[in-house]
Structure formats: C-alpha cells, structure tokens
Design a protein around this ligand. Structure first.
Ligand SMILES: [Zn+2]
Length: 291
C-alpha cells in the first residue's frame, strides 16, 4: 500500500533537494543533501533513498530532475557535462531498487522545473512557450499546449546551440555554445573573471560602468540566442528562471534591443522569481502526473 505522497528530487552539482507533494497539493521540503563533485552517484542515491524511506516507507512515486541528457523512457542519464560522474547512470532502476520497487521517473532538471510551473498554472496550458533556465548552464524546453516536446528524446538543449563559430570551449566538448556567452560564468568573464554575479549586480545598481557593461554584454548574447529560438519556433513568449533572473532588470533592456533588432517576434518575457525548491516541486509534480 503506497502513501499519499509523491516525492521530488532535484539533483544538482552541489546539492540534491528532496521534498514531497501531498495529494491535497501541499509541498514540503524534506532535506538537502550534499552531492559534491567527488560524491559517487551510488552513494548519493543511497542517501536519497534513506531520506525518503525514513519519512515515507512506501512512497506513491518518486520524480527526479537532473541536469543533462535524460532517456526519459528508461530513466537513464545518458550524458551530463556538469555532473560528469553521473553520465551513464540508470537512475530510475537504481533508486527503485533502493526503495523496495517504488516507481521512479526521471527527466532533465529544466523539464521538471517547467512541469512544476505548468502544474501551478504559471505557464499557460495553451499555445507554444519557451522555458529557459539561466544558471551555471542554460537549460531549456519547448512547451506546446501544456506538454513538453521531446522530439526524438532530448529537445530543448538550447544552451548547447552554437552561437559563435570557433568560440569559447564548452563543458560538452564543443566550442561556441550559447551557455558560454549567456550562462553564469559568461557574466563573470565579461566583468573580471572572478567576481560573483551578486556582487557584479550590486556594483551595477550603484552605477559602476564596468559592471553595467558586463550586464549589457550578457544581455546582448542572451537576446541574440532568444531571437534565434523565436525565429525557429515563433513562441507566444518566454519564461526565464534560474539564479541569474534576479538580475533581469540589469540586462533585459539590452536583451530586448538585441532581440528586436534580429527578429520581428514580440518580446514577451516573464522572469520567474528565484526558488531553490521549484525543481524538486516540479519533479514531484512530474511523478504525480504519471500515476
Ligand atoms: Zn556545449
């Protein structure tokens, strides 16, 4: 007999955030685990299973969101540039075994995040929308009529589209990927190569010209990539999420200017507030939606 709870796990480069969603729609955080660059996936999954089973010996289902290319049907992480130890991990079957055969569903972390935003009604259930997370990397997904489009399996890898031939080297092994110009490290590189985005933002708000210029350059590359996507897909609009969205007011004018100079599509963009639990909530909502 399973419990009433759907569990969600958001596995990132430094933490795994675990929470549960009740059938009444309430979501509660359970625990944050350290995933660290040296922690083996088997050890992290054992810790996740221990936490869930401690709260709930028979979970209804577990959803997992993780950065990288996920074979959703098999619950298998094929490749993850930002979580290299996890590439090739059969997450669904391993976690299920550790939890006495509970159902486990795995998806890309950005897709899980978007499923949560759909579940809450933040992203409309009609029309075509693009969802983009701006963090260490750039995640993305295409949402049409309330459903995520997977194509042959991994649609939405916007961060690794080539935006500059022969450009900066990317963690995926190629050069010139969009996330090297509109991800977190790019913003840092446009400033001085070491200052954290929060500090650059504080300086920009005080009128520091170098910090303002860094955000303008960031906005330019972001707007350029978004224009490419708009030309391909003509979405109703964009939802932006992730840590860099807290600085949206510092780069959106330049992003809009660049976007409008390159495509006729309307600049309709919603920046979602930063949330450390949105990924885990979305993973739980994904599990609930599949049961
Ligand atoms: Zn890349």
């Amino acid at each position: 007999m399973s419990s009433n709870c759907f569990w969600g796990v958001d596995i990132g480069g430094s933490t795994a955030i675990i929470g549960h969603l009740g059938r009444d729609g309430s979501f509660c955080m359970a625990e944050v685990l350290d995933t660290g660059p040296c922690r083996q996936p088997a050890a992290v999954m054992a810790s996740i299973a221990t936490v869930i089973r401690r709260f709930d010996p028979s979970p209804a289902a577990v959803g997992v969101g993780i950065a990288g290319l996920v074979d959703v049907k098999r619950g298998f992480l094929t490749f993850s540039p930002n979580l290299p130890l996890w590439s090739g991990t059969p997450i669904a079957s391993s976690l299920s075994r550790l939890m006495g055969g509970a159902q486990v569903f795995v998806d890309n972390d950005c897709n899980a995040f978007a499923i949560g935003a759909l579940h809450k009604g933040i992203i409309p259930g009609t029309g075509l929308w693009l969802f983009i997370t701006l963090g260490t990397g750039i995640g993305g997904c295409v949402i049409s009529e309330g459903k995520i489009l997977y194509g042959t399996g991994t649609a939405g890898e916007f961060g690794h589209m080539t935006i500059r031939e022969g450009g900066r080297k990317c963690t995926c092994g190629l050069r010139g990927c969009w996330e090297r110009y509109a991800g977190r490290d790019a913003l840092i590189s446009f400033y001085d190569g070491r200052t954290e985005p929060k500090s650059i933002a504080a300086k920009a708000r005080k009128g520091d010209e170098k910090a303002i210029a860094a955000f303008n350059e960031y906005g330019l590359w972001l707007g350029r990539g978004m224009a490419n996507l708009a030309k391909c897909l003509a979405p109703e609009g964009f939802f932006l999420a992730g840590g860099l969205c807290t600085c949206f007011h510092l780069f959106h004018l330049e992003a809009k200017r660049e976007f409008e100079s390159r495509c006729p599509n309307p600049w309709k963009v919603v920046a979602l507030p930063d949330s450390s639990t949105a990924g885990a909530f979305g993973a739980a909502a994904m599990a609930a939606g599949k049961c």
